[in-house]
Design a protein around this ligand. Structure first.
Ligand code: NOJ
Ligand code: NOJ
Length: 707
C-alpha cells in the first residue's frame, strides 16, 4: 500500500497556509509548531534610524566587531524576513527580551544590553528595536504581520531581575516611564540584597541571591508583584502568544505559580521557563519536574539538549538520548510539552563543537521528529557559527549571515515542520525506541492511527543489516518522506498483526529516513494533552488530540463549556467544580470516550503569600519542613515530597519560610510537617492554622511550630 498522504501534503502547501491562518493563534498548544529563536539585535537591520538613538547613544558598533555592542538588528528587520521564516515552516518566533533596557555603557569600550536581559522599563520597547519614544509601534506591526502568516510570537520575559546592581543604572526600573526604584537606594525593599550565587544547588541561594550581578527583584513585595504581572499583561494586550520566561530557577518559585496563573487568567498562552538542569541527576532536577507538573509552566528541556549535544556533536552513543527520554517520560506529566533545542544563545553553537554538517542535519532531523516543541536557533539553517573562544557567549551570537533558502538545512527544516503540522504522530504521539546501537537510532511516533518511523545513522560507515525491526506502520511500501534529502529510501513492511516486520535493509553512513502513515479515518476521540494543565474555573484551556464532530469535554463528571473545536484542538472553559485533581475526557456524539488526561482545578486565582514557621522541630541533613493544607494549592493534606508544598527554606534555621501561591480571598487551613530523608512524616501538634488570603496583592503568615 502506497501512502497517498505524504505525496499529497507535499504538493499542497496552500492548504496548510489556509489551515494555519484560521487556527486559533492564541490557543495554548504549541506541539504542532516550530519555534525559531531570534536575538533581535543580531538578526536583520530593518530600520537604520534606530541604530544609535539619542537617549543611549554610543552603544552601537557599525563595524559589528565588538560582540558586546548593539549591531542594528530590530523588530522591523524580523518583520521584513517573515517570508523567509514562513518558507522554512516556522510557525512561532521567540524573540529576545524586547523591553526597554538600561542605557548606560557598562563595558570598555562598549558594553551594552543588546541581548535584552538588563530590563529597565518592562512596559516599553527598547529604542534600538523600535523607535526613539519607546513605543509599541514596531512591535505591534511585527505581531500583526506574523499573525497574518499564521506565525505566533513568543517574547522572552525576565522577571528575576532588572539591570546591573553594581554599575550602570543600578537596577533602576520604570513603570511605563515613571521611575519606581533602584537597588542603591532601596528604601521600599523592591530588591533582595544578597551576594552572588555561589552554590547553584542551594534552594535559598538560587532564588534569593544575585545572578550575574543583576538586581534581584523581591517578587514578594506587592509593588514588584503587581509591576511584573501587569507588564506581562501589557504584552498580552499587544497580542503575544507565548512567553519564554528567563531564569525561573532564580526567581521565587512559589511566586511564579501566581505569575503564570495571572497570564493564563488573562488569555490562552503558552508559557515555558528556563530552568537549567543539564542532567536528570542534577540535585534540583526533582524540584524542576515538580514545578513543571504543578505550576502550569512548561520548561526548556535542558537534559535532552545535553544528551543531543553529547550524541550528535560529540560521539556518545544513542543510549544517552534514549535514557533521558525514558527518564523524563516518567517524571514529567506532559513531556510532550517540553521545549526542545540543540543549542541556544547561552551555549556553543552545534557547529562550533563539531564542524560537520551531516551531524547537524541528523541532530535537526531528530529534534524535529522527537516529542516536545522544537526550537531552532537563528542561523542554524545557514550554518552560522563563529568559533572565537570555542564559540562561547558572546561569539554564539554573530550577525545573521545570509538568508539562503536553498541550503540543505533550510529544506530539511521546512519538510519536517510540514510533517509536524500535518501528521499528529509527530505533535501528539508516543515516542518509542525500535532499534538502537551507538550509531543508529530508529524510533517511532504514533498517535490515533498515525505513525512516523525515523531511522538515523550518524556514523561514517554503513550499518548493515538492520534486521529485526518492527513497526506500527501498516503493511505496504513507504517512500522516504524527505525525498532522499539525507539519503533516505523506501522500505517494505509486511503484515505481523500490528507488530509488523520491516524487510531488512542497510542504512548507509549519515543517513536519515522518515516514513509516515496517516489513516483515512483517524481514531477519535483521543486526548494528547491539556495546556495549561492547572487553572481555576472559568479559565480557557486547550485540549490537543484527535477529535471529530461535536464533542463534550468532562472534568470528572462535569461538562465544560466548549469555546471552539477542530480536528486537533478543543478550547474549553474550566467548569465550576470543587478544587482538586480531575481526569479530563472527551466524549463524541456517539458517547465514545477518550483516554483521560489529569488536570488540576484551582480554588481560585492565585496570589503569593509568604509563610514562615518559627522554631520548627529539629531536622537533620536531608530532612525538610513542608507545608500542607486544605486546598489543592496546598496539596490537600498530602504528606509526600511531590504532593505537599516545599521544601521550605531555612536561612534562619530553625525558622523556615516559603513563598506559596494560594487562592485569593479564600480561607485556608494548613499545617507544617517534617518529611525526613527516609520519607517519615512528623506533623506539628494542635489545631490547623487558619488564614484568610487577601483578595489581591500579596500576603504574609507568621506562626510558631505547635509543639
Ligand atoms: C538566561 C539567559 O538565557 C541568558 O542569556 C541571560 O543572560 C541570563 N538568563 C540572565 O537574564
Ligand atoms: C491530619 C493531621 O494529622 C492533622 O494534624 C491535620 O490537622 C489534619 N490532617 C487536617 O485536618
Amino acid at each position: 500500500m502506497w501512502n497517498i498522504f505524504s505525496r499529497r501534503l507535499l504538493t499542497a502547501p496552500l492548504a496548510c497556509i489556509v489551515l494555519a491562518a484560521t487556527a486559533n493563534l492564541h490557543a495554548a498548544d504549541f506541539k504542532h509548531d516550530l519555534i525559531y529563536q531570534i536575538i533581535t539585535d543580531r538578526f536583520f537591520d530593518g530600520d537604520t534610524s534606530n541604530n544609535d538613538p539619542a537617549q543611549s547613544s554610543g552603544l552601537f558598533d557599525a563595524t559589528k566587531t565588538n560582540f558586546q555592542a548593539y549591531w542594528g538588528g530590530d523588530l522591523a528587520g524580523i518583520q521584513q524576513k517573515l517570508p523567509y521564516l514562513a518558507g522554512m515552516g516556522v510557525t512561532a518566533i521567540w524573540i529576545s527580551p524586547p523591553v526597554d533596557n538600561e542605557n548606560k555603557n557598562i563595558g570598555s569600550p562598549i558594553g551594552a544590553p543588546y541581548h535584552g536581559y538588563q530590563g529597565k522599563d518592562f512596559k516599553r520597547i527598547d529604542e534600538h528595536f523600535g523607535d526613539a519614544s519607546n513605543s509599541f509601534a514596531a512591535f505591534d506591526s511585527l505581531v500583526a504581520a506574523a499573525h497574518s502568516r499564521g506565525i505566533k510570537v513568543i517574547i522572552d520575559f525576565a522577571p528575576n531581575h532588572s539591570n546591573n546592581a553594581r554599575n550602570g543604572e543600578f537596577g533602576a526600573f520604570l513603570d511605563n516611564g515613571t521611575f519606581v526604584g533602584d537597588i542603591k537606594n532601596d528604601v521600599n525593599g523592591y530588591f533582595h540584597h544578597n551576594p552572588d550565587i555561589t552554590d547553584f544547588n542551594d534552594r535559598y541561594q538560587v532564588q534569593y541571591f544575585t545572578l550575574s550581578g543583576l538586581s534581584d527583584f523581591n517578587q514578594e513585595h506587592p509593588t514588584v508583584d503587581a509591576y511584573l504581572k501587569s507588564a506581562a499583561q501589557v504584552f498580552q494586550q499587544h497580542k503575544v502568544d507565548g512567553f519564554r520566561v528567563d531564569a525561573i530557577k532564580h526567581a521565587t518559585w512559589g511566586w511564579l505559580y501566581s505569575f503564570v496563573n495571572n497570564i493564563y487568567t488573562n488569555t490562552d498562552t503558552f508559557t515555558f521557563g528556563e530552568w537549567i538542569a543539564d542532567f536528570t541527576s542534577d540535585p534540583l532536577y526533582h524540584d524542576l519536574y515538580k514545578f513543571a507538573n504543578r505550576s502550569g509552566f512548561s520548561a526548556l528541556d535542558f537534559p535532552l539538549y545535553h544528551a543531543i549535544d553529547d550524541v550528535f556533536a560529540r560521539d556518545n552513543g544513542f543510549g544517552e538520548i534514549d535514557g533521558v527520554l525514558a527518564q523524563e517520560a516518567v517524571n514529567f506529566q506532559q513531556a510532550g510539552d517540553l521545549v526542545t533545542f540543540l543549542d541556544n544563545h547561552d551555549r556553543q553553537r552545534f557547529l562550533s563543537i563539531k564542524d560537520n554538517k551531516d551531524r547537524l542535519h541528523e541532530a535537526l532531523a531528530f529534534l524535529l521528529t522527537c516529542r516536545g516543541v522544537p526550537v531552532v536557533y537563528y542561523g542554524t539553517e545557514q550554518y552560522l557559527h563563529n568559533d572565537t573562544n570555542f564559540g562561547n557567549d558572546p561569539f554564539n551570537r554573530p550577525m545573521m549571515s545570509s538568508f539562503d533558502t536553498t541550503t540543505t538545512a533550510y529544506k530539511l527544516i521546512a519538510k519536517l515542520a510540514d510533517l509536524r503540522k500535518t501528521n499528529p504522530a509527530i505533535a501528539d504521539g508516543s515516542m518509542g525506541q525500535r532499534w538502537i546501537n551507538n550509531d543508529v537510532y530508529i524510533y517511532e511516533r504514533a498517535f490515533a492511527g498515525s505513525v512516523v518511523l525515523v531511522a538515523i545513522n550518524k556514523n561514517d560507515t554503513t550499518a548493515t543489516p538492520i534486521s529485526g525491526l518492527f513497526t506500527n506502520l501498516p503493511a505496504g511500501k513507504y517512500d522516504d518522506f524527505l525525498g532522499g534529502l539525507l539519503g533516505g529510501f523506501a522500505i517494505t513492511v509486511t503484515n505481523g498483526s500490528g507488530n509488523n516486520p520491516v524487510t531488512d535493509f542497510s542504512l548507509p553512513a549519515h543517513t536519515v529516513a522518515v516514513w509516515q502513515f496517516k489513516p483515512a479515518t483517524p481514531v477519535t476521540p483521543v486526548l494528547a494533552s491539556i495546556g495549561p494543565d492547572v487553572a481555576q474555573p472559568g479559565v480557557q484551556v486547550t485540549l490537543a488530540g484527535s477529535f471529530s464532530g461535536s464533542n463534550t469535554v468532562k472534568f470528572g463528571s462535569t461538562a465544560a463549556t466548549v469555546i471552539s473545536s477542530s480536528a486537533d484542538q478543543i478550547v474549553v472553559k474550566v467548569p465550576t467544580v470543587t478544587n482538586g485533581n480531575y481526569n479530563v475526557t472527551v466524549w463524541d456524539s456517539k458517547s465514545h470516550v477518550s483516554n483521560s488526561v489529569p488536570f488540576t482545578v484551582l480554588t481560585g486565582k492565585l496570589i503569593p503569600v509568604t509563610f514562615t514557621v518559627n522554631s520548627a522541630i529539629s531536622t537533620f541533613f536531608g530532612d525538610y519542613i513542608f507545608l500542607t493544607g486544605s486546598t489543592v494549592e496546598l496539596g490537600n493534606w498530602s504528606t509526600t515530597y511531590d504532593g505537599a508544598v516545599g521544601p521550605m527554606l531555612a536561612p534562619n534555621y530553625p525558622n523556615w519560610f516559603l513563598n506559596v501561591s494560594v487562592p485569593a480571598g479564600q480561607t485556608i487551613e494548613f499545617k507544617f510537617i517534617k518529611i525526613a530523608g527516609d520519607g517519615k512524616v512528623t506533623w506539628e501538634n494542635g489545631p490547623n492554622h487558619k488564614f484568610t488570603v487577601p483578595a489581591s496583592g500579596t500576603g504574609v503568615v507568621n506562626v510558631n511550630w505547635q509543639n
